[in-house]
Design a binder for this molecule. Structure first.
Ligand SMILES: [Fe+2]
Length: 383
């Protein structure tokens, strides 16, 4: 079967669809197509976010295919899904990526202690929010952020002022499309995102659709009653380290090819791309990026199947509960974490669960960490 639609030629082959687009001809496997369908069973029409699990649902069956002027539909053994021609055009309109081999030589800063055995120290004893705001506990806060990748504070006042005060110790509140200090609670309609529901949310890093993803994310709990709703953290550096130490091919793939992130709401269409494991010029792993909800369609030509397999392995490494850290919430509690290292998730919940939050730049965390590391006799007024 062949159909020419707009600027695309679409052929149905034994293995999938061959799509000739504006930039290249790309062979999309049945497995890829199943993962990228965008009908309402696969993508939330309100938020544009993916509804399917990350990986592990790869299909090797051959579906019955039908094409029309808007989509290609697939009849699988367990249902019917479809992919819009706009998605196919977006994929075939991208230039073939070039593979450049990079194997991580080291992971994170020298101070980082990966969570491979004991629970991280930051989870054990919260710092006092007042002591942080007064400056006395800033070195402790910075140490936990650099060693464990997160910190917990207790006793913060309600309201945006406390968010600003704590953020000022690490830099400043970054303004994004979500504003500066933002509110997070079920039922808010300011933005179309799964964060504003009561559902569970899987492990992810935020803002994969921003070229410079926020380096630190902060939540202050304003209100909490009901059941569930704990936060789950996973050390992305440790997961990556476990994986790349045993499989150099996977390391090469995950450091060399970009994954595209996308966020769409009325008046906004953000896109950015970077590899799941980003290394700096010295080969040090400096950023983990992983968000299945906001992953946009992309296809890596000959490397696609291998890359998807590697990406799935990374996802499964994050899902290893042995290395998770769970946090219950109560009003006044604060969580700060390194969004370039630590993935976060949320359990489903009932009742009221309301937060204020903010983003802070990674370079500002790096800056205060250098200051603390350089001088052991900094005074509270210095922060
Ligand atoms: Fe998030």
């Amino acid at each position: 079967m062949r159909q020419t639609v707009a600027i695309m030629d679409i052929d149905v082959t034994d293995d999938g669809l061959r799509v000739g687009g504006s930039a290249r001809t790309v062979d999309l496997s049945w497995s890829w197509l199943r993962d990228h369908c965008d009908d309402t069973s696969c993508v939330d029409p309100r938020t544009g976010q993916r509804l399917l699990g990350s990986f592990g649902n790869e299909s090797h069956e051959t579906p019955r295919v039908s094409l029309d002027s808007s989509c290609a539909a697939f009849e699988w053994g367990d249902g019917v899904t479809s992919i819009s021609l706009d998605r196919l055009a977006a994929v075939s309109g991208r230039i073939d990526p070039v593979h450049s081999k990079k194997h991580p030589a080291s992971v994170g800063s020298d101070e980082a202690r990966l969570w491979d055995s004991a629970r991280p120290s930051a989870a054990k004893e919260p710092l006092d929010a007042g002591e942080v705001i007064a400056g006395h506990a800033v070195p402790d806060l910075v140490e936990r952020m650099t060693v464990d990748g997160f910190a917990v504070l207790a006793g913060a006042a309600h309201g945006a002022e406390a968010v600003e005060q704590i953020a000022s110790k690490l830099g400043y509140v970054r303004r994004t499309i979500f504003g500066d200090v933002w509110e997070l609670a079920a039922g808010l309609t300011d933005h179309a995102d799964s964060a504003y529901t009561t559902s569970s949310i899987g492990l992810h890093t935020d803002a994969t659709y921003m070229h410079d993803a926020p380096g630190v994310q902060m939540f202050i709990c304003q209100e909490r009653d009901g059941t569930g709703g704990e936060s789950i953290l996973a050390d992305g550096f440790a997961a990556a380290d476990r994986l790349v130490r045993v499989d150099s091919r996977v390391a090469d793939l995950l450091t060399s090819y970009d994954v595209v992130g996308e966020y769409v709401e009325p008046g906004v269409h953000l896109m950015a791309e970077r590899p799941p494991l980003r290394v700096d010029g010295t080969g040090r792993l400096v950023q983990v990026t992983f968000n299945n909800y906001d992953r946009a369609p992309f296809h890596l030509a000959d490397a696609d199947a291998d890359f998807r397999d590697a990406y799935a392995k990374l996802g499964r490494e994050f899902e290893n509960e042995e290395h998770w850290c769970r946090l219950e919430w109560e009003p006044g509690q604060v969580l700060l974490f390194d969004n370039w290292r630590v993935l976060h998730a949320r359990a489903a919940f009932t009742g009221a669960r309301r937060f204020l939050g903010a983003y802070i730049n990674h370079e500002d965390l790096d800056s205060v960490a250098r200051l603390v590391g350089r001088s052991g006799d900094l005074q509270a007024d210095d922060f």
